[in-house]
Design a protein around this ligand. Sequence first.
Ligand code: ADE
Length: 249
Amino acid sequence: MRIDVVTLFPDFVRECAAVGVVGRAQQRKLLQVETWNPRDYTTDRHRTVDSSSYGGGPGMVMLIEPLRKTLEVVRNAAPEPAHVIYLSPQGARLTQGRVEALAKLPRIALLCGRYEGVDERLLAHEVDEELSIGDYVLSGGELAAAVIIDAVGRLQDGALNDAQSAEQDSFSDGLLDCPHYAKPVHDALGSVPEVLLSGDHAAIARWRHKQSLGRTWLRRPELLAQRALDAESRALLDEFRREYVTARN
Ligand code: ADE
């Protein structure tokens, strides 16, 4: 997969994409991340990319022309059509489901705004989708782009060492992940739950599923409200609730 990023801070985006799982995915040629600076597509001496907002008010707005030229170069840089995403707090909230769909595309382009945003006409004509990474305001889209590169990059085939670990992630089935434990079995902070040491794979899977359901119920109940539980899951969640109430009394 190829990800093109239009940004005034290409070094930042490149450095984010060079580390960890995503950096390794790039080395393995599973993912290609390219950056493009709109300043390189200005024509004036000052390499202007923004101006004040019509109607007044604070903040600067990114100009149409440098972004239009940059996107033209981006689109022509590879044969695959680029799905262009603008990152802003006004976008649809990013979810794991959307990440999984984006990860299947051959190519996306991420447009990072700075200042007050981007001229609306450029967005209307050049952008396919607007995404937000959460209900808070960042000073630019670069961190959001880094989030998308990471979330999408790690899903590329061969990027994760253990192929199963993506399937077991939080949210991949609409639930939060279960707790995990490593050495030692007994520690001053507590012991590893007995069932995980039992070697009984069915019992372990059942326990993990119960913990996922329970955690989701405790921490993100709205996620449970959005999905229908089968009879087995409902029984497991009831069991978790009973144990939880007993432990608290
Ligand atoms: N740019 C500024 N804030 C943002 C957010 N919350 N998500 C995506 N892009 C942004």
